[in-house]
Ligand binder design. Structure first.
Ligand SMILES: [Zn+2]
Length: 450
């Protein structure tokens, strides 16, 4: 991606002095990137791997081994971060009982316990942007809760990144709430995410999105490719719980690749290209890896936006494997397989998106589009009562993966783009704060006529 570097820098340079441009860069974002520490991430990964196994059904009594010791340590880390920011984090366990009837990978009854740390927003405390990693790990056999399963990359890396993001972002104040989440029961069937997503729904949380981090530390693929720049953002095309009517609307008005999770993925991609041009973010147009699962899915199931952030090159010898050597090949998810500098980069990817979204105003609601048999396209939306800079219309070719064109249109609730034909592009609208931070782009959910 080095070849794109000069162009991106040039773009960023020209955007800075333009007050009307919505994507003026924010120096605080660079400061956040610089504050994320590979050393602290390394130390946390070593600590987590040191609990021997973090299988969901492992020991909960020991102070040194098993998932109980691991979650108590994670909770105490969040509590000590909170102490340093005048109790800015609300830290608690969220749990749910599972029994063998709940799934084929549940050997015995146990509580699936998540660790939650919430940094309350100053203006919109009920609007949440979430970063998650997993507490649990597994050996070759998921049902085996005794054998060592350090899970250094899967997924101590995501957990350590989440803790590190909390350390850095707790030094700032945000308008929206940020949740730092340690989820359990992932390897047994996504039970922690399921419990937490339901908890959020029951509490009436307005979720901006969840950035689920699952394996963010491996740079050496099983095929030998080494790459410390690329990473993947997985997002499903459209929400699975949409109505038959919404599905039918899409046939006539488009939106096959414009669901809420996809818009979140585009947001992350754009932030990274703006602020971390040395990285190569890959938008993957699918829920997750082929036939595989992750903890963003239970959130998607309930209609929340959510993506999976992960390394680009996986090493299957280091995933879900007992530690052993066979025919000269080393197996096992050990600390030596983690690149801490890369985990630092992907943690920064999360942190800058959490910050920007937590500083952004609420996305526009009731976005509608008009312009059938006209030379121009018109968009309208519900204006917020809040004091914001205004709105920005985005559009792109129907075959383009990323928004290509945009226009800041001021603090209005309707706008016509002259000479732009509705048939030839996809459109969306974002809200822009006075601080320059933008909401996720909203794809129209309705149409109107003159
Ligand atoms: Zn796994």
């Amino acid at each position: 991606m080095v070849k794109y570097l000069p162009f991106t820098l040039l773009l960023a340079f020209f955007l800075i002095p333009n007050q009307n441009s919505a994507q003026a860069t924010d120096p605080q974002i660079y400061k956040i990137i610089d504050s994320i520490s590979a050393d602290r991430i390394e130390s946390d990964i070593r600590k987590l791997a040191g609990f021997g196994t973090r299988n969901t059904f492992s020991d909960t009594v020991s102070q040194t081994r098993g998932i109980g010791a691991a979650r108590r340590w994670i909770k105490s880390e969040f509590e000590s971060i909170s102490k340093d920011c005048k109790a800015c984090l609300d830290v608690f366990y969220q749990k749910k009982l599972v029994t063998p009837e709940d799934g084929s990978r549940i050997p015995k009854e146990a509580y699936v316990v998540n660790v939650v740390a919430i940094q309350k927003g100053t203006k919109y405390p009920n609007r949440y942007i979430i970063m998650s990693g997993d507490i649990d790990s597994r050996a070759s056999n998921t049902m085996d809760f005794e054998t060592d399963a350090p899970g250094a990359n899967d997924n101590a890396s995501g957990m350590a990144g989440t803790i590190e993001a909390a350390r850095v972002l707790s030094n700032y104040k945000f308008e929206n709430s940020i949740v730092y989440l340690g989820l359990s029961g992932e390897e047994q069937g996504l039970f922690g995410g399921e419990g937490m997503a339901q908890y959020a729904k029951d509490k009436g949380w307005e979720i901006i999105g969840i950035l689920n981090n699952d394996m963010i530390g491996n740079i050496e693929g099983v095929d030998g490719i080494i790459d410390n720049r690329s990473f993947r953002i997985f997002s499903e095309p459209t929400p699975p719980n949409e109505t038959e009517q919404e599905r039918n609307m899409r046939r006539f008005y488009g939106g096959e690749v414009d669901g809420i999770s996809r818009q979140l993925a585009r947001y992350i991609h754009k932030q990274v290209e703006t602020y971390m041009p040395e990285m190569n973010p890959m938008m993957i147009y699918r829920l997750d890896r082929f036939g595989r699962g992750g903890h963003h899915r239970p959130f998607n199931d309930l209609g929340f936006a959510g993506v999976r952030i992960m390394e680009a090159h996986e090493n299957y010898n280091r995933q879900h494997q007992d530690i052993r050597t066979e025919d000269g090949v080393e197996y096992g998810d050990v600390v030596e397989g983690v690149n801490f500098k890369y985990a630092e980069k992907l943690t920064a990817v999360n942190a800058i998106n959490l910050a920007s979204l937590a500083w952004a105003p609420p996305a526009p609601t009731n976005v509608e589009i008009g312009g059938i048999v006209e030379a121009n396209v018109r968009l309208k939306w519900e204006k917020t009562k809040d004091d914001i800079a205004g709105y920005k219309i985005y559009w792109r070719d129907t075959t383009a993966p990323q928004w290509q064109y945009s226009r800041f249109v001021g603090n209005v609730s309707e706008f016509m783009l002259e000479g732009i034909v509705i048939d030839n592009y996809f459109f969306g609208v974002a809200a822009i704060g006075k601080n320059g931070h933008e909401s996720v782009v909203v794809f129209p959910s309705g149409t109107f006529r003159k």
